[in-house]
Design a protein around this ligand. Sequence first.
Ligand SMILES: NC(=O)c1ccc[n+]([C@@H]2O[C@H](COP(=O)([O-])OP(=O)(O)OC[C@H]3O[C@@H](n4cnc5c(N)ncnc54)[C@H](OP(=O)(O)O)[C@@H]3O)[C@@H](O)[C@H]2O)c1
Length: 341
Amino acid sequence: MKTYKLVLLGFGNVGQALVRLLLEKRSELEHRYSIRFLVAAVATRTHGRALNPDGLDLGKALEIMESGNSLDELSPSPAPIDNRELIKASGADVMFENTPVSYKDGQPAISYIETALENNMHAITANKGTVVHGCHHLQDLAADHGVKFFFESTVMDGVPIFSSFRQLPVVGLISIWGVLNSTTNLILSRLEAGDSFDEAVRYSQEIGIAETDPSGDIDGWDAAVKLAALITVLMDHPFTPHMVDRTGIRSITPEMIAKAKAEGKRYKLVAHAWKKGEKIKAKVSPELVSSNSILYNINETTAIVQFKSDVLGKLSFIEEDLGPRTTAYGLLADFINAVRG
Ligand SMILES: NC(=O)c1ccc[n+]([C@@H]2O[C@H](COP(=O)([O-])OP(=O)(O)OC[C@H]3O[C@@H](n4cnc5c(N)ncnc54)[C@H](OP(=O)(O)O)[C@@H]3O)[C@@H](O)[C@H]2O)c1
């Protein structure tokens, strides 16, 4: 049985949820999939970093994060400050990259993934910026090194969107439509229930689904980058979030919510991409939906995406209760799929 060495770049909501899930599934991984693992290195920006090629104490790492102390104390000797040096020094088989998203250029995450792939490590990420700004280049680099670059968790967390489409050859997508950002969906549901905007945002942060900087969600960037990732990968058409016609939910007032409610309607932040001739158009904006729309009952942390294609008609994925644990599941599934080929 092989023991896979892992390196974790980023140890926030998602990185910690991944470690909890790995520990929870440890025995099943061994017995059903012949996979053993150890975490050789972990890095954060302000909570320290640790390196031990023989394996770090993961229970202790989680405790340290809960107490707000530094991971440095786990490291037998000081870990390299530069993330690329840390990745190399870990001697890992698999790198998990879960640092904050950059909508602008996907950096520095792309450079970490390049380092991992160049050192023959599988690279797995929940970071959407790496897909829209580096997908094709990173997939080619992975292929050159006989490893995988997987990113299932970047859109709708654990829902197997990208892996499903790997099983659906020659499907021609005509449009992509849905509610892709669960934070704004939760905020809109909380506003309907009577929360102020600030209270709704705070709640989303407390349960770990809002990004470090919630403006990414509120201003529609998160939905735009997810839509761009779907277009880039599934329509094979490079697309960045800046190409999406984007409006967030800041302009939605409690009065608008109340009026919509009185009319039996709801606001949803709708993401839509469609083919127009040879071009692809994409838009993220708040829309009023009536009770006869499938979106009307997509509330709180539920998300939906519907694909219209030339052969399958309309195919939808709905996921309830998204969050760090479901994101961690997507990463774990990618890990198993990567190492089992
Ligand atoms: N939360 C979700 O449910 C969810 C769902 C899907 C995708 N994602 C994506 O997953 C990624 C992580 O999300 P999260 O919620 O875990 O964010 P988070 O809680 O803010 O954690 C980010 C982690 O990255 C670390 N970090 C930041 N810059 C770094 C650097 N240069 N080098 C090493 N570590 C660095 C942070 O360290 P410090 O804390 O010390 O700054 C922290 O440990 C993001 O790209 C996000 O878009 C998240």
